[in-house]
Design a protein around this ligand. Structure first.
Ligand SMILES: Nc1ncnc2c1ncn2[C@@H]1O[C@H](COP(=O)(O)OP(=O)(O)OP(=O)(O)O)[C@@H](O)[C@H]1O
Length: 237
């Protein structure tokens, strides 16, 4: 499956350029942080990798053949919860894989331990806090042992301790062998989690570089201004 290559990927809904010729190589290991100003195209990049968006032009190639249907999972900023218990919501992740119900529930109970939600297993998922729902969504994806996990701003509205808990889980998922690509506006988080950084603006990948180098020696004036919080928004769009 890896390396995956995007070559000249464009997304132009109704003639508007959202992805402007993205070239990208994703290696087999690690956590990649996608950074960039609002509207840069970060979420669209993740949705394209996931197969939720069909590019208008360009190619997306996975080593060894087509993107495996079940190898890629995406967790959204506001995860979907069905009107059922926490356990049932997690177990749902295994349903498309044809795992029998009792086995789904057994494995869901195990993974709830790892995201510190075991004591909430029988509560209604819709009553969980934002941070708890995010942990539930991570557990649901983790349960399927994906090869690639795409996380769209998983800590966007979380407080520092909920953020730290999500970061711990993300590290554990990576240690289990899952390749992770995530977006964030939290630059501290990027330095804590990232092996490498993709910097986007105006629908293009401007830089793809090891995390430390991005923060110590950004390749462009635009990236330098972004890191310092001084990138004028007009320049970014
Ligand atoms: N399916 C779609 N059809 C048309 N336009 C879209 C679609 N999805 C996103 N866009 C537009 O593409 C642009 C980039 O959106 P995207 O959500 O990828 O930005 P982002 O970098 O993730 O921003 P933010 O940091 O604010 O979440 C936006 O102007 C958005 O309105």
């Amino acid at each position: 499956m890896f390396p995956a290559h995007m070559r000249g990927v464009r997304f132009e809904p109704n003639g508007r350029t959202v992805l402007d010729g993205v070239d990208l190589e994703l290696g087999a290991e690690g956590i990649t942080l996608v950074l960039g100003p609002n509207g840069a195209g970060k979420s669209v990049l993740l949705r394209t990798l996931c197969g939720l968006i069909e590019p208008s032009a360009g190619t997306l190639e996975w080593a060894g053949g087509p993107r495996p249907e079940r190898g890629v999972m995406m967790v959204f900023q506001h995860p979907m919860m069905i009107r059922a218990s926490v356990l049932e919501n997690v177990a749902l992740g295994l349903k498309p894989l044809g795992v029998p119900r009792a086995e789904r529930r057994r494995r869901a109970a195990q993974i709830l331990e790892r995201v510190a939600l075991a004591d909430r297993a029988e509560d209604s998922a819709r009553h969980l806090s934002g941070g708890e729902q995010q942990r539930l969504a991570l557990a649901r994806a983790w349960l399927t042992n994906p090869r690639l996990l795409l996380l769209d701003e998983p800590t966007a509205s979380l407080d520092p301790s909920a953020t730290a808990e999500v970061e711990r889980i993300v590290r554990e998922i990576r240690t289990d062998g899952t390749r992770i690509v995530m977006t964030t506006h939290n630059l501290g988080q990027a330095t804590r989690l990232g092996d490498d950084v993709i910097f986007m603006s105006a629908g293009a990948v401007r830089e793809h570089t090891p995390m430390r180098r991005f923060f110590s020696r950004p390749a462009s004036e635009e990236a330098r201004l972004f890191i310092q919080g001084e990138l004028p928004w007009r320049m970014a769009l």
